[in-house]
Design a protein around this ligand. Structure first.
Ligand code: TA6
Length: 296
């Protein structure tokens, strides 16, 4: 359904037959909520998130495009998360043909402003869908629609904030022994140790050539998030911890204890599209009882 969210921002609510739900704001094409069929919130959204352009919403699943990170002329993580997206085939004021579906198709086309800072034309289609078991699926299709024959290159991430009961009781499986660039050490390259990741201080690492499946285990809740990805070879793991948390106006001082970002991304190798070519990047999230998943 369509409704007015925080600060009157338009949002789409997706419902699935067994009761799971998701919410996506047209601002940023930004998923801000994903609930299981018990109504439990699975994504972290800061209580201090500012729903005010040009600030991106703090939490949920920010879309980082056409750039991950902060280098060159673009804002940190690009501009897709700071723009108002449109509902495909549903120009406002939202008619009803998207109601009661478990998916919505959003579309972002560059504005004049955007083309000034990133001189390319593209079509970015984002499908947000709830699967029958309550899985959350995001599919991005980005097409180069340049009429001047020019290719363009970009980097990308689904900057997912998972809600966890206690960061010191969380393990991540699937990234052990991989190489990573450490954002806290001038992006120098290191190799991860041999067992599951645990967390006791700030972490900001870009893992390279990662598997299609990563598990985030919340010990206290006996819940495992399974992150599956396609077209996204890298994975960023981020927790600001206490000092950085205090320095962020749109993030509560203690909130670092209840979140972990594990971000399906394409960073190390930029993606290049010739005019007419399309790139597809898929993310599928599920939340299962840990007894089922640990070690698999
Ligand atoms: O994904 C990790 C990261 O690049 C961190 O370096 C930190 O900056 C985080 O993203 C949040 O960035 P944001 O621009 O959303 O505040």
């Amino acid at each position: 359904d369509f409704s007015k969210g925080i600060n009157g921002f338009d949002k789409v609510i997706l419902r699935e037959s067994r009761g799971s739900s998701a919410e996506v704001y047209l601002y940023g094409g930004h998923v801000t909520s994903w609930k299981n069929d018990h109504g439990e919130e699975l994504l972290f959204l800061s209580s201090k998130a500012a729903f005010k352009p040009p600030k991106a919403i703090r939490g949920g699943i920010p879309i980082c495009f056409p750039q991950f990170g902060s280098h060159g002329t673009l804002d940190q993580h690009g501009f897709a998360r700071n723009r108002i997206w449109a509902v495909e085939n549903d120009p406002p004021p939202f008619p009803t043909n998207t109601l009661n579906k478990a998916f919505v198709d959003l579309i972002l086309n560059p504005s004049e402003e955007d083309t000034k800072i990133w001189p390319h034309s593209f079509e970015f289609r984002l499908r947000v869908a709830l699967g029958p078991g309550g899985d959350l699926m995001l599919t991005s299709r980005i097409r180069n629609t340049n009429s001047d024959g020019k290719p363009f290159s970009f980097t990308f991430a689904y900057h997912t904030y998972f809600s966890v009961s206690d960061i010191s009781e969380v393990r991540v499986e699937g990234l052990e022994t991989l190489d990573y660039l450490d954002n806290l050490q001038n992006k120098e390259r290191f190799t991860e140790q041999g067992d599951a990741l645990t967390f006791e201080s700030e972490v900001d690492k870009i893992y390279l050539s990662t598997p299609t499946k990563i598990a985030i285990i919340d010990h206290e809740k006996k819940r495992t998030f399974v992150l599956r990805k396609d077209g996204l070879p890298d994975a960023v793991v981020w927790n600001p911890w206490d000092k950085k948390a205090k320095a962020m106006a749109d993030f509560g001082d203690d909130e670092y204890k209840h979140m972990l970002c594990v971000e399906a991304a394409a960073i190390e190798k930029t993606i290049t599209l010739k005019p007419g070519e399309e790139w597809k990047g898929r993310l599928e999230l599920s939340a299962v009882p840990s007894s089922y998943c640990s070690g698999q």
